[in-house]
Write a protein that binds this ligand. Structure first.
Ligand SMILES: [Fe+2]
Length: 237
């Protein structure tokens, strides 16, 4: 078994890049982001603009809140490992931080995406349950290529690029939006043109990782997503 990865020390430039990203995006999200997300972000005293946060402290805060934890990974990991982690209420994060000249575009997610984008919603019990069940179902269906693709699309259009409805208004929610200033503004400009989320709609819509999104789904109710996913899973066996 490999030894657990350890978070590196960072220099002033890296901490400065983190602070710039954080401040700019927290301000940008004030009137666009889901309260579910922003409330959790503001409650997380270990995830602030001051400096690159410690993974073990964020993990402890999550553990206390919803029983989730964080593990450090070197980069993208195989999908079956990803499902297995989620099924155990563990989310994975990289620890590298983009260079100052990469504020607006990255080919692979860095720690700002993995933590600022993904960690706050895991403080919400309903979303936390969705993610665990998603992982468990993924573990169960691994090897079924079509089912895995359907789950990857669900993850893409909900966890990465979903909007949620709050008090009758669409609010940005997915980590790919929340961690990107440009994506937030692009998506926000399309908010009157969101597709109403259905499990089948998300699972049958292709996505590309190399171009800015043209389709965003609006999720009205997270427990309903879980219910639909359970039904879909039950129909697979
Ligand atoms: Fe992500």
């Amino acid at each position: 078994m490999n030894a657990p990865l350890i978070q590196p020390l960072y220099n002033e430039v890296q901490h400065g890049t983190w602070s710039t990203l954080y401040r700019r995006q927290r301000d940008n999200l004030e009137d666009k982001g889901a309260r579910l997300y922003l409330g959790a972000l503001d409650r997380m005293e270990v995830l602030t603009e001051e400096e690159i946060p410690k993974v073990d402290r964020m993990s402890a805060a999550l553990q206390e809140s919803t029983g989730w934890g964080l593990v450090i990974v070197p980069g993208l990991i195989p999908v079956d490992d990803f499902f297995a982690l989620l099924s155990r209420r563990q989310f994975c994060t990289s620890t590298w931080v983009r260079r100052p000249d990469q504020l607006d575009y990255l080919e692979e997610p860095d720690m700002f995406h993995d933590t600022f984008g993904h960690v706050p919603p895991l403080m919400d019990p309903e979303f936390a349950l969705f993610m665990q069940r998603f992982g468990e179902i993924g573990v169960d269906l691994c090897g079924n290529e079509q089912a895995v693709l359907a789950l990857q699309r669900l993850y893409w259009f909900f966890v990465e690029f979903g909007f949620v409805e709050e008090s009758g208004m669409p609010r940005a929610f997915g980590a790919g939006i929340m961690s990107s200033y440009g994506e937030t503004n692009h998506a926000w400009n399309l908010r009157s043109d969101l597709r109403k989320f259905t499990l089948e709609g998300a699972m049958s819509t292709p996505f590309t990782t190399t171009e800015i999104q043209s389709t965003y789904f609006l999720i009205e109710d997270i427990p309903e997503v879980i219910r639909e996913m359970e039904e879909w899973h039950a129909g697979m066996s």
